[in-house]
Ligand binder design. Structure first.
Ligand code: NDP
Length: 313
């Protein structure tokens, strides 16, 4: 029988929120154990230039920045492990978390920093060709489409950023926008609109991704005129937002209808004592690396204060 490990502070997730919580929790002598989740380093590992994180006057690559976060947490003494939280039981004072359905950890405090994941359109053809020309990350996979034509769906900052990235690699970028305007910030929209090889299809929705074993094209429908157009492309990128990675906590933790964890105003406290949340899993508004890091700091300080009372009373 495997032994059960008891820890003061368990951190779940390895984006800016999780690693910042780890740095603070380590320095406060909470001896945190951090499980990274599937995507070590979180969403920023799928980004190129980060120009808005203070302290990097020349900007930095996302994966390199996350390597700095990890190294700092490790140097402070965080026990960083690879694994995914697959089940929890937050019904008692000691919180139980199962990693990879096998390892059982008992934690006096838990910091949830599991972030958010890309959304998909939900088309059968999109699912079938995922990894064979369909991708949710232009920065990760764009390279494979160098010199080829691609399409991207979405109209937020991510879609604009990825369309611009692809426009540097591909002769034609076809951007599918479901309304007659974009949600993205003005500066990003202007950049897209002023890029000659990005063609925008307004009021258009993707009906099908065409191709047997790899993407050969897409079929889009204009939702005003009903006109259906087929565009020949080799790659199809989906950039329509994210879903918080909170499903495993649902039986115990209060969330909004989209699954974002609700924290008490001005704190990282959830509805369960000793369980705290930080980063994108509890933030549907700002979703920035710097706000995630800030909330990670809050979660560690809240955990430290909670443990101070719990373990010394
Ligand atoms: P958003 O939620 O901002 O945008 C999602 C986009 O996808 C919207 O245009 C939406 O259309 C569209 N969409 C959603 N569902 C569908 C669908 N089924 N079919 C077609 N289109 C669909 O997500 P982002 O990932 O772009 O951005 C998330 C947050 O991160 C934002 O706050 C953004 O500002 C920020 N961000 C900032 C960056 C920066 O500052 N450099 C870079 C990237 C992101 P509709 O508008 O019609 O709802």
């Amino acid at each position: 029988m495997s032994s059960i490990e008891t820890v003061k502070c368990l951190i779940i997730g390895s984006g800016p929120a999780g690693y910042t919580a780890a740095i603070y929790a380590s320095r406060a002598n909470l001896q945190p154990v951090l499980y990274t989740g599937m995507e070590m380093g979180g969403q920023l590992t799928q980004t190129t230039d980060v120009e808005n994180f203070p302290g990097y006057p020349d900007g930095i690559q996302g994966p390199e920045m996350m390597e700095h976060f990890r190294a700092q947490a490790e140097r402070m003494g965080t026990d960083i492990r690879f694994g995914i939280a697959t089940k929890v039981d937050f019904s008692g004072t000691l919180h139980k978390v199962w990693i990879d359905d096998s390892i059982e950890i008992h934690a006096h405090s838990v910091i949830i920093a599991t972030g958010a994941s890309a959304k998909w359109l939900g088309l059968p053809s999109e699912k079938r060709l995922n990894g064979h020309g369909v991708s949710a990350c232009a920065v990760c996979d764009g390279f494979f489409y160098r010199g080829k034509n691609v399409a991207i769906v979405g109209a937020g900052d991510t879609a604009c950023e990825e369309a611009l990235y692809l426009a540097n690699l591909c002769p034609e970028v076809h951007m599918i926008v479901r309304r007659d305007e974009m949600r993205a910030s003005k500066v990003m929209q202007d950049r897209v609109l002023n890029t000659a090889n990005i063609k925008i299809y307004w009021n258009s929705e993707t009906e099908e991704v065409i191709g047997a074993d790899s993407v050969e094209g897409i079929k889009i429908k204009n939702n005003q005129t009903g006109e259906v157009t087929t565009i020949a492309v080799d790659g199809f990128f989906v950039a329509i937002g994210h879903t918080p990675n909170s499903g495993v906590f649902k039986p115990y933790i209060n969330m909004d209808e989209q699954g974002y964890i609700q924290t008490q105003a001005g704190s990282a406290k959830t509805n369960v004592k000793g369980v705290f949340a930080c980063g994108d899993v509890q933030d549907s508004i700002y979703r920035q690396a710097v706000t995630a890091a800030g909330s990670g700091c809050m979660a560690a300080i809240d955990a430290e204060r909670y443990l101070g009372v719990l373990l010394h009373s």
